[in-house]
Design a protein around this ligand. Sequence first.
Ligand code: DC
Length: 225
Amino acid sequence: MGFKSIAIDGPSGAGKSTLARQVAQQLGYRYVDTGAIYRTLGLLALRRGVDPEDSAAVTALLRERSIGLRYEADGLQHMYLDGTDVTEAIREPEVSRYASGVSAIPEVRDFLMEMQRDLARRDNVVMDGRDIGTVVLPQADVKIFLTAQPEERARRRCAELQARGNAVEYETVLRDILVRDEKDTSRAAAPLRQAPGAAVLDTTGKTLEESLQMVLDTAKKGVGA
Ligand code: DC
């Protein structure tokens, strides 16, 4: 009771996770990366050889209860699968495709929504995702829709993957982003869209510092910090 929440939604590569993490740090809030939860389920499907579009098979995976989420000493959210830390492994491009597939299944969304709401009941949170302001936390104190042009998002994603030692082609990353945008916005279950009352912030052409300032100003105003 009485905890504050800041919802940050938007397409992949708009800078949500970097900015949400920094805003959380500055305000002393907990950062909840909901995409990481979908990614962990995607990785589980990949490892078990389950088709991410097969809703019965994916829903059965949820019943295994092999997905874990823990805040560690570094203050950050770590994801576990069968007891192993998969926080890094879930960033692989193949896992992104599986995550997008499983996230279109309504039973998956219902199940994971409870997990997300539970986190917001226990702490002040900055939560990022696709449907946080629209579905998961419609009563959030602050709602932000963070966006940037696809080409810029692809450039950023490329740099991020390359920094992790992943040799990726810009064209491939851009194509993946466009396909995922289309899937995420056109799916029937909780499609990506702006929440009513959300502040729309565009980070195209902005430096990280400029973007952070913009998000932080909006967030602070909303929570009265
Ligand atoms: O933000 P991300 O790239 O880590 O998200 C991975 C996938 O999960 C993406 O395809 C959209 C989906 N997702 C979702 O449907 N709802 C959320 N709240 C977060 C992510």
